[in-house]
Design a protein around this ligand. Structure first.
Ligand SMILES: [Zn+2]
Length: 343
């Protein structure tokens, strides 16, 4: 079993000076826990990536804080590395219950931003033609971004309303730009803008102790999903972001959002880059066999059936665009869908 698939441990462990690791349960493809890091200072604690929305994760978070001897009201900061639910889940509720500030990237954006939520109520008098509504968004390759069609809006809104019993949408009160400093655990850290997995991913680097909080940018044994929604050439931007963290001086420990701490950052970065080179080769061979083909078609060839869907399409698109921008693929549009042919 890969590290990232191990169930959440109930133990609270010190993983770097002044940094404790708590694990919260999640059930996502290939992932069964998220690491929430707790950074203590004189004023209280900062939490990094406080798990999924919902009662189970909220209860587990309370139990881990108890085990660490930290009352909820001591949480003064919630740092969210990026806009995925296993990372921002409890942020809004922590802000509401403990008065914590939420800190994230200046480009941080979630599905919930299009909705007007007050406490546990959501205004669903929506203008269905609003292009910002999640079910109206289309991916750059032409497919709908959300599988939910407007006809199911009632059901989606009902689920949303139920979710608000244990969840608040996160609204950062401090948004960091690349290299902005922030004091946590009594020392200075720097936000590193690291797009690729998402457009709004931040790592936190502590040059004093040589710690890198890597979020989902670098994981120990699985390769982070590349998002086709990242502007420009998503894969190139991801690889640039990888090279950037690999070149940081004197990193002694990397603390990822899933799996165990790792120490050989340049080695892990090389392995992730090699994985993507392999995938580009495979995609080239599949494209040869298919001829002109849409992103969904190629995604179904590239990924196992259990992984089919918007995420597979998104990563396939990222690889195809990378090949095209390197002059190794052609693109055309047919009936609103992009099609590619690798040369
Ligand atoms: Zn994650």
């Amino acid at each position: 079993m890969k590290q990232e698939q191990q169930p959440a441990s109930e133990e609270v462990t010190e993983v770097a000076p002044g940094v404790l690791r708590l694990q919260l349960p999640i059930e996502l493809p290939g992932l069964r826990h998220v690491n929430t890091y707790l950074l203590e200072d004189d004023r209280g604690v900062a939490l990094v990536d406080p798990g999924l929305p919902g009662e189970e994760s909220w209860t587990a978070l309370g139990a881990r804080l108890d085990a660490a001897g930290v009352p909820l009201r001591r949480v003064h900061t919630v740092f969210v590395t990026h806009s995925h639910p296993d990372h921002f889940g409890a942020a809004g509720l922590l802000a509401e219950t403990s008065g914590a500030r939420i800190v994230a990237s200046e480009t941080f954006k979630t599905w919930f931003d299009a909705f007007d939520v007050q406490g546990d109520a959501v205004d669903d008098e929506l203008d269905d033609t609003d292009p910002n509504l999640p079910w109206n968004l289309r991916a750059p390759w032409g497919s709908p971004l959300d599988d939910t069609v407007p006809q199911h809006r009632r059901a989606v809104m009902d689920r949303f309303r139920q979710a608000l019993a244990w969840f608040r949408p996160p609204h950062p009160s401090l948004r960091l730009a690349d290299e902005d400093p922030i004091v946590l655990a009594g020392r200075e850290w720097f936000a590193l803008f690291t797009p690729g997995h998402t457009e709004d991913h931040l790592c936190l680097w502590d040059p004093t102790e040589g710690v890198l909080l890597s979020g989902d940018h670098v994981l120990p044994t699985i390769t982070p999903h590349i998002s086709g929604l990242v502007e420009g050439d998503p894969l190139a931007r991801y690889v640039e972001s990888l090279d950037r963290v690999a070149a940081l001086p004197d990193v002694t420990v990397v603390l990822p959002a899933h799996g165990h701490p790792l120490t050989d950052l340049p080695g892990r970065v090389e392995a992730i880059k090699a994985h993507h080179e392999d995938r580009l080769e495979v995609l080239g061979r599949l494209s040869d066999a298919e001829g002109w083909a849409s992103v969904p078609t190629l995604a179904r060839r590239l990924f196992a059936e259990r992984n089919w869907g918007p995420m597979a399409e998104s990563e396939t698109y990222a690889h195809l665009e990378h090949l095209r921008r390197r002059g190794r693929a052609d693109r055309r549009e047919t009936a609103g869908l992009l099609e590619y042919r690798v040369r």
